[in-house]
Design a protein around this ligand. Structure first.
Ligand code: GGG
Length: 349
């Protein structure tokens, strides 16, 4: 039997609850689908940082390299560890070291989920550049704490990095409804964003079947609210993609439904799957975190591993669950209730 080795990093806060839930569902579907999952849990988190001074051990990346995939919960516990330390100590190094340059985030309404918009149906796939741009980590501060203090943070856009993510966007659009929205702010940012637009135009010549439109990020944000059904695939830089996908989460009913996959398209290193949401300290430990985003991310992991049928079954089980009104209202159902409803739904498929 095919066995996949999965690194589990629950992380902080509700990350622990949602990983437990997703792992239960993933194993349940594996049992009836003819493959097995072997999980190895790593306690890397802000608590680990408090104990060791690091978010993960020095050889953390090398440890993860041998796995087929990584399933991550949430990172961040700002009361005790600054967010910039936790993010740059765990999540971002994994994305960069494993060249997980495509962060894929689907936005659509599951049955029975009432989003805040009038639109009843939309199906958007946001592709966020995941290794460079505004998150490159290049910069510094001088004269710290003094009146003449200066802080510089440089966005880095490389031709290789921009080309590969826009090409990935074109490929996704070609495989879906043939529409690509390329996002910049090239009126204001006249170097990096004009560069992005030029590369979009150059690649468009290779994809005559894809209708590509360049949007400024502000206009695209408005379009996501006013006419989400008009959008198919969105490709955006690291920061713009991050912001737009929180908006995407909002229009699909909340962060409890927003899944994501950090993909190494060349499969030269493991890819990582995680909900878009963070550790939610306000509800941590209350047992009311919605595990659906993580379960959906787990389905994306199975899809990536080639277990397409099992991934489809999970998505159908989620749809049955939300169709019954379970997990659709924040705080109404417990994590355990939602998980067992999804598990029961799986048995009916
Ligand atoms: N689910 C992982 C997590 O904790 N995400 C919260 C977060 O702030 N992520 C930053 C990012 O995706 O760039």
């Amino acid at each position: 039997m095919q066995t996949y080795s999965i690194a589990l990093i629950p992380g902080d806060g509700i990350g622990v609850d949602v990983i437990d839930a997703a792992w239960e569902i993933l194993n349940s579907v594996a049992e009836t689908s003819g493959f097995a999952l072997k999980g190895t849990e790593f306690p890397w988190s802000c608590a680990f940082y408090k104990e060791t001074g690091r978010m993960m051990p020095e050889d953390g990346i090398e440890t993860l390299r041998g796995f087929d995939a990584i399933l991550l919960g949430a990172v961040g516990w700002p009361k005790e560890v600054p967010d910039a330390v936790s993010l740059h100590g765990l999540l971002l190094p994994i994305r960069k070291a494993f060249v997980q340059y495509a962060n894929i985030r689907p936005h659509r309404l599951l049955p029975g989920v009432q989003g805040p918009l009038k639109a009843e149906a939309f199906d958007i796939l946001c592709i966020r550049e995941n290794t460079e741009g505004e998150y490159s980590g290049a910069g510094g501060r001088v004269h710290q704490g003094m009146d003449n203090e200066v802080a510089v943070e440089t966005s880095i856009f490389t031709r290789a990095g921009v080309e590969r993510i826009i090409r990935f966007g074109f490929e996704q659009a070609k495989a879906r409804r043939g529409k690509l929205a390329s996002v910049t702010k090239s009126n204001a940012q006249k170097y990096s964003m004009v560069f992005w637009d030029e590369i979009t135009q150059k690649l468009a010549r290779e994809y005559p079947e894809v209708e590509v439109t360049s949007y400024h990020v502000d206009a695209l944000a408005a379009r996501m609210v006013m006419a989400p059904e008009s959008l198919d695939v969105i490709v955006a830089s690291n920061l713009f993609g991050d912001i737009l996908t929180d908006l995407g989460a909002a229009i699909q009913g909340g962060l409890g439904f927003a899944a994501s996959a950090n993909i190494n398209p060349d499969r030269a290193a493991p890819s990582m799957f995680e909900p878009v949401h963070g550790s939610a300290p306000d509800i941590a430990g209350k047992g009311i975190a919605n595990p659906m985003a993580t379960i959906w991310s787990g389905a994306m992991m199975l899809e990536h591993l080639g277990e397409t049928q099992a991934a489809r079954r999970i998505m159908e089980a989620l749809a049955i669950t939300t169709g019954k009104g379970i997990g659709t209202t924040p705080g109404k159902d417990t994590t355990a209730t939602i998980t067992s409803a999804v598990k029961n739904a799986l048995t009916t498929l």
